[in-house]
Design a protein around this ligand. Structure first.
Ligand code: G4P
Length: 532
């Protein structure tokens, strides 16, 4: 393959995640994207949404029945000459550390916000992880067909809550029953709202130049027209213009207003977003920054999914290709294991079907069967290359429980099982400082992981466990490890623990205690995630 073809394949790739608080409209927006890409015929078939909302026990059954759900990991389709990979960031019940890890594989993020609610807790958490990587973040302000907050207030909310300046690309005219459309700032036109809930494409909206006062007055009415003129003046005067470099650096978020459900503003958003977002980004490794357009293939494992089905005890390792091209049967080096191997049955998702991949490029995600050799963060590359990508951070869990085995005779199996599950990255385990192995504290990002732990220990290790929930909600890694842990003084609720790698951490019940502890211990530095 010529360099040119490799370059063009890689440069047309756009790999991104859609982040949102549950119910903001992530699934609906994804469906519309797929619809425009021709990947599905009618919106509504992205994934069994019901699955995500099922009670825990049902979820287990479903997971058992369908084995590993590759479906919910990545969707690939083409649109407008681009090859798009949308990474799924599970929310609802299956929010877990995997959701954060998936963001490590994205080159940009689309943040969907419910315009009636503004920034919500889960958006905030996911945003933080994206901001840490400085990837471009685009905002889709959704549900304008319902009564929404004032748009200026919504932008202030993003700037104050998330600390990122915004640049509105279009501007809503009213909301809910009074929603008339959006003003496109670059084109200086008004795109008139048309409700096409059942349409397969965006409706043929009327577009009126801002100078055409008569037609605007006719469509918008006096009040909405006046308000629009005022808003436009305010916006133009505010001077927060679009700056591609700032967007690339993750320092400015372009904002689009629309309504995913009624197909309004979605296609315009998609088109603009694809132009403004980044092709596969170069990544840091121990051999320097690796250019995606390279003859050497390389990828890193960002997520490992264990099969819940007893009959198929295999796992799937999801890899993000970072450079070069993958071809079926090619030999690769698993750097951490120092083994040359062939990847087993790499799979990719095309809309709703799983298929074996013959070739894939930087930007793509493949899932390979893992006989238990891969760990999260591992690098796989062409045998001659041999470098390692930077590891994936460990993210702070928010739910904690003290866990012990019911039958004291089964201590060994219990410790083995819980340690293995922690090494896979499904849960994190901590020991109270000075108590040895006796007390195990489990931390998880999403509460469902507790159920998964219980289920897997019972089924795979034959160990019954008892869990006592702990009131802690915050955990922080101590950055300056030279500090004398014994001498640290915190609030009375603070607990000192160590993780699997023996790193010291502090557990807190509330964020106020974190502040107090920092105040009382000069020089102490705490971090919400730990670089591995
Ligand atoms: P999520 O993936 O972020 O959790 O959100 P999802 O797309 O599932 O949307 C949550 C609810 O909001 C759905 O309604 C969906 O139809 C609705 N919704 C999404 N976008 C819009 C929009 O632009 N306008 C309006 N009015 N509603 C929107 P639901 O009743 O909970 O589910 P369903 O029965 O319609 O699937």
């Amino acid at each position: 393959m010529g360099d040119k073809q490799l370059k063009s394949e890689i440069e047309k790739r756009r790999t991104f995640a859609i982040i949102s608080h549950p119910d903001a409209g992530k699934t609906t927006l994804t469906e519309k994207f797929l619809l425009y890409g021709g990947a599905i015929n009618l919106a509504g078939s992205v994934k069994g949404k019901a699955t995500a909302r099922h009670a825990v026990s049902d979820w287990m059954d479903i997971e058992k029945e369908r084995g590993i759900s590759v479906t919910s990991s990545v969707l690939q389709f083409s649109y407008d000459g681009f090859c798009i990979n949308i990474l799924d960031t599970p929310g609802h019940q299956d929010f877990s550390e995997d959701t954060y890890r998936t963001l490590m594989a994205a080159d940009s993020a689309v943040m969907v916000i419910d315009a009636a609610k503004g920034v919500e807790p889960q958006t905030r958490k996911l945003f933080k992880v994206c901001a840490m990587r400085r990837i471009p973040i685009f905002t889709f302000m959704n549900k304008l067909d319902r009564d929404a907050k004032d748009p200026f207030e919504l932008l202030d909310d993003i700037e104050n809550e998330l600390g990122i300046p915004t640049c509105p690309m279009n501007w809503p005219i009213g909301s809910g029953k009074g929603f008339k459309g959006v003003y496109d700032r670059a084109g200086r036109t008004v795109v008139v709202y048309s409700d096409t809930v059942k349409g397969t494409r965006e409706g043929h909206a009327e577009i009126i130049p801002i100078e055409d006062k008569d037609r605007l007055l006719e469509i918008l009415g006096d009040a909405a027209f006046e308000k629009l003129m005022e808003d436009v003046e305010l916006l133009d005067g505010a001077g927060s213009g679009f700056d591609q470099e700032e967007v690339d650096a993750g320092l400015l978020s372009p904002v689009f207003f629309g309504s995913a459900l009624t197909n309004f503003g979605v296609e315009i958003f998609l088109r603009n977003f694809l132009k403004m977002t980044s092709p596969p980004l170069a990544r840091r490794s121990d051999a320097g920054v690796i250019d995606p357009v390279s003859d050497d293939f390389s990828a890193f494992v960002f997520k490992i999914q264990a099969n819940m089905n007893k009959a198929h005890r295999d796992r799937i390792a999801f890899m993000r290709i970072c450079s070069g091209k993958y071809t079926a049967q090619m030999e690769v080096l698993h750097v951490q294991g120092q083994k040359v191997m062939r990847l087993s049955q790499p799979q990719q998702m095309m809309a709703s079907e799983r298929h074996v991949v013959d070739e894939a490029y930087a930007g793509d995600i493949i899932g390979v069967f893992d006989p238990g050799i891969f760990s999260i963060g591992d690098t796989v590359c062409s045998p001659g290359a041999g470098f390692r990508y930077e590891g994936i951070p460990t993210f702070a869990p928010e739910h904690f429980a003290r866990v012990r085995q019911v039958d004291t005779m089964k201590r060994k199996q219990f410790v083995k099982g819980i340690t293995q599950i922690a090494q896979e990255g499904a849960i994190q385990i901590f020991h109270e400082l000075g108590t040895g192995l006796e007390e195990i504290i489990v931390g998880v990002v999403g509460v469902l992981q507790f159920e998964v732990l219980k289920y897997r220990l019972e089924n795979e290790y034959n160990v019954e466990i008892k869990m006592d929930m702990l009131p802690y909600e915050h955990i922080r890694w101590i950055v300056n490890t030279d500090i004398d842990i014994d001498k640290l003084t915190g609030t009375s609720d603070m607990k000192k623990v160590t993780d699997l790698k023996d790193r010291p951490l502090l557990l807190f019940i509330n964020s106020w205690s974190i502040g107090m502890t920092l105040e009382r211990n000069e020089g102490l530095e705490l971090e919400e995630f730990s670089r591995n």
